[in-house]
Design a protein. Structure first.
Length: 178
């Protein structure tokens, strides 16, 4: 019998001071049995940074050809493709051909090595690559509950997270190609 995903219900009060966006996002997030809480947190933060019409989580790890997050319009055109982790160059090159906009959010301890090896290739395609600080992602993962209300204040490439179990900061930066 296959393991089922763990479901998280979240209400996120977002104050994006950089983009002057103030909203509450209600999310239902399915954590794949093989997915770490840290990876799920990175997906949630990527979702919040890119919140727009048609944006949704996909089956992600369950379907190898799908991104983690996408925005597809009514004509089934890819508006946005988001991968979380350290995807291969070939996967992102293919995504760039399919989607109008492609983004990658890396977060692991191995992200710096992956980027050092990949940035020359990624410079040849139209992709934005961002990195979350892994230790801070771990801190946020410790705050996660199955049902939770929390707030995210975003300014100067930092998430300020406030939840019932505590608070933390998560920095992110855009990685530059050669």
């Amino acid at each position: 019998m296959a393991l089922k995903p763990t479901i998280f219900k979240m209400s996120i009060n977002v104050s994006n001071l950089d983009d002057d966006i103030y909203e509450t996002i209600a999310l239902t997030v399915a954590q794949h049995p093989s997915e770490t809480t840290e990876r799920m947190v990175a997906r949630i933060l990527a979702y919040v940074l890119n919140n727009q019409e048609f944006l949704s989580f996909t089956t992600g790890l369950s379907e190898a050809d799908d991104p983690d997050i996408w925005a597809k319009n009514f004509s089934d055109e890819f508006l946005l493709w988001i991968d979380v982790g350290e995807p291969s160059f070939d996967r992102i090159k293919k995504a760039c051909r399919q989607a109008k906009e492609t983004k990658v959010y890396c977060f692991n301890t191995k992200s710096n090595v992956w980027w050092k090896q990949s940035k020359k290739d990624f410079a040849t395609i139209n992709v934005e690559v961002y990195q979350f600080e892994f230790e801070q992602i771990q801190q946020m993962a410790n705050l996660v509950e199955r049902t939770m209300d929390f707030s995210l204040t975003i300014t100067d490439n930092v998430f300020y997270v406030a939840a019932d179990k505590g608070s933390c900061e998560v920095r992110f930066s855009r990685l530059e190609s050669l």
